[in-house]
Design a protein around this ligand. Structure first.
Ligand code: HDE
Length: 697
């Protein structure tokens, strides 16, 4: 059982299953892999103290051999990831729609393991790069493992799996010099985008702040493809899956994520690890959009096209349950690295559709595990084992763990009474009627590449639009080939002429003809009817998301002589709202307040940085502020937080004046909280607001 701080739960069934495989070395004697106690682990066996090393030193050889083979191939995509354990509970039975056992009983807790990831970067790349985030969930249900292998963006770049290797080759570092790492701002990516215009919609998302999430627990998840729910009467409906973060959907700004890449490349994994250790468990509600089969052709887009979303205003998202991540891994490699997801790991009551992207994934995921995990027995690795019994006639292969008894390994047999036998209530594929010629073509219904890209653009607030424009300007500004740059401008003029004109202006390209600064309604040439929408889907903007101070980190800038009562009251108010105030000072150690009270400085200006925090509170007390006002690093801390639209609090403007002056900051303005009777409450609200975009920086 877990006894980690913050883990209030007794432990999950999965944890119990993993228990026999975990090993604790505390107080144990060192052994070889065959269990022999070892007397020497620092000096290899030599012929004389200065002589050659001897082959017969089996402990040295075993130690070195194992080390030489420690690495396995990293994932081709989604190599950089981070995982945690948790559980899922449905709010009410979904029996009307699906037979899936884990969606029936609100009392039932189904263990899960979730792995979040970036896509393009290698395993050691930075967490905060501009990229899509993977959102893969393995449900260890009583009826077998179910994997919902999704992303934090509801659509994908391409429509057919055939193009996936090409797309990934284009976004990965260029092959001749392996540059740039974990970035799409280079020629081959934009060449691919502009030569394959089905990418338009997803590229709009990738250039938006959705690709810069504040944390894993503040991003949405999407199954992307259309799946099927099937109930016990055999009735099927189309379904799209959504994960909605309880903390709301929030992102960072570009300058901030770039700095974080250097200041703390582990920023997001550290945040999730610490949140779980602190008992601030990341929570996500599961939502479904359901569509009757007879409504399949009712919309202006093809419901099987993975570059299209179903606007929530047309097909509402029903919230059906919640996932809570409450336990960190014991071992990154054994759990997070070895977990093997596969969209084809299904349970009864859920099936695929003919989405051609999904169909190709069904082959790829098992195939890739064969080389990544070294053979066909990867489902026997503890993290991948189902919670229910496994009985079949599959045998042998590299790394086989199971010791199957008996003489038969075939079906049908009479020797073992024909067991294991298929059961009539087992999984059956949905009996969809299929009709057509064998062709290598794309359906005409997949050929509109711009309407939903324009829908996305039109749904953004002005702040979000401005961020999208500068993302394009940056990315295309890094493209060396002027022809590709121009093609991008011309392509995105189909989404919005204003967008294209603003991109062109920054990258030395020719603006699209008739650049009038209009929105996508005009640009899409009358095709703006993604299913009866008026041209905008408010659900796509992050501006109206849930706002809370929970888990937000607040830097408390203080020196000796801080105002004890004020600092205690303010930090208490922040903590009461779930925020985490942490003291930053000139150096580490214990500070002394004007009333003699102690305050532990957990960080110094050397070990910390403004980008690691969501907000700043300048502790009151003239002496403390006077000390800070002599240190340019304190001013830089404030300036940067101001430029990143973060809340900044100081209780007395006149007292804070010297520091504000050094930082060149105004004493009043959006997100600048000062004075007032209920300073702690006002600051907490400003922290909860996430960012103060009204501020002009
Ligand atoms: Fe993946 N994808 N993918 N993908 N994908 C992999 O599988 C692939 C796609 C996604 O944390 C690989 O085990 C193809 C869409 C996630 O371990 C590989 C196609 C979506 C993860 C693979 C797609 C995803 C992967 C690499 C187009 C969102 C990480 C290692 C047909 C719905 C899972 C591995 C984890 C990983 C193939 C497109 C999500 C190579 C062929 C669309 C979250 O098999």
């Amino acid at each position: 059982m877990s006894e980690k701080p913050g883990d209030s739960r007794i432990g999950t069934a999965k944890e119990e299953q993993l228990q026999p495989f975990t090993v604790d070395n505390d107080g144990k004697k060192l052994t070889t892999n065959t269990g022999l106690h070892v007397a020497e682990d620092e000096h290899s066996l030599k012929a004389g103290v200065r002589g050659p090393t001897l082959m017969e030193d089996f402990h040295f050889r075993e130690k070195m051999t194992h080390f030489d083979h420690e690495r396995i191939p990293e994932r081709i995509v989604h190599a950089r990831g981070f995982g945690a354990h948790g559980y899922f509970q449905v709010y009410k039975s979904m029996a009307e729609y699906t037979e899936a056992g884990f969606l029936q009983n609100p009392e039932k807790e189904t263990p899960v393991f979730v792995r979040f990831s970036t896509v393009a970067g290698s395993r050691g790349s930075a967490d905060t790069v501009r990229d899509v985030r993977g959102f893969a969930v393995k449900f260890y249900t009583d009826e077998g493992n179910y994997d919902l292998v999704g992303n934090n963006i509801p659509v994908f770049f391409i429509q057919d799996a055939m193009k996936f290797p090409d797309f990934i080759h284009a976004v990965k570092p260029e092959p001749h010099n392996e540059i740039p790492q974990a970035a799409s701002a280079h020629d081959t990516f934009w060449d691919f985008v502009t030569m394959n215009t089905e990418t338009a919609h997803m590229v709009m998302w990738a250039m938006s702040d959705r690709a810069l999430p504040r944390s894993f627990s503040m991003m949405e998840g999407f199954g992307v493809h259309t799946f099927r729910f099937i109930n016990s009467q055999g009735k099927a409906r189309f379904v799209k899956f959504h994960w909605k973060p309880v903390l709301g959907v929030h992102s960072m700004v570009w300058d901030e994520v770039q700095k974080l890449g250097g200041k703390d490349p582990d920023f997001q994994r550290r945040a999730m690890w610490e949140a779980i250790e602190n008992g601030d468990y990341p929570e996500f509600e599961l939502g479904v959009q359901l569509l009757e089969e007879e409504d399949e052709f009712k919309f202006g887009f093809d419901v099987l096209d993975p570059t299209k979303l179903w606007p929530e205003e047309l097909i509402p998202v029903q919230i059906v349950g919640k996932m809570t991540l409450n336990r960190n891994t014991d071992n990154f490699f054994a759990e997070t690295e070895q977990i093997a997801f596969h969209p084809g790991h299904l349970v009864k009551g859920i099936d695929f559709t003919n989405d051609p992207l999904l169909q190709g994934r069904l082959f790829s995921y098992t195939d890739t595990q064969l080389s990544r995990l070294g053979g066909p027995n990867f489902n026997e690795i503890p993290i991948n084992r189902p919670m229910c019994p496994v009985h079949n006639n599959q045998r042998d292969g590299m790394h086989r763990m199971t010791i199957n008894r008996g003489t038969t390994a075939y079906h049908k047999n009479s020797i073992a009474g024909n067991s294991p036998a298929p059961s009539p209530d087992g999984y059956r594929h949905y009996q969809e009627k299929v009709d057509g010629r064998v062709v290598q073509e794309r359906s005409d219904s997949f050929k509109d590449h711009y309407s939903q890209a324009a829908l996305f653009w039109n749904s953004m607030s002005e702040v979000e639009k401005a961020h999208i424009v500068s993302a394009f300007q940056f990315e295309l500004g890094k493209v060396k080939d002027k022809v590709i740059r121009q093609r991008a401008v011309d392509m995105f003029a189909n989404v919005s002429r204003r967008l294209a004109a603003e991109i062109a202006d920054a990258i030395g390209a020719t603006p699209p003809l008739e650049a009038k600064g209009t929105d996508g309604t005009e640009a899409a040439g009358g095709k703006m009817d993604p299913g009866g929408m008026s041209g905008a889907s408010p659900a796509l903007s992050m501006m109206n998301s849930v706002k809370t101070a929970r888990t937000r980190k607040v830097a408390v800038l203080a020196g000796d002589g801080f105002c004890g009562p004020e600092v205690r009251a303010t930090m208490d108010a922040l903590r009461a709202a779930g925020a985490q105030p942490e003291v930053v000072s000139l150096k580490l150690g214990t500070l002394s307040g004007d009333d003699g009270s102690p305050l532990e400085a957990a960080h110094s200006f050397l070990t910390s940085d403004s980008v690691l925090f969501d907000a700043i509170y300048v502790a009151g007390g003239a002496v403390s502020i006077g000390t800070l006002a002599k240190d340019k690093r304190a001013a830089a801390f404030l300036q940067e937080a101001f430029q990143h639209y973060k809340a900044i609090g100081f209780s007395k403007p006149e007292e804070a004046e010297p520091l504000l002056q050094l930082a060149g900051l105004p004493a009043a303005g959006p997100g600048l909280i000062s004075g007032g009777d209920d300073f702690g409450k006002a600051l907490t609200e400003a922290v909860a607001a996430h960012r103060h975009w009204e501020r002009s920086c």
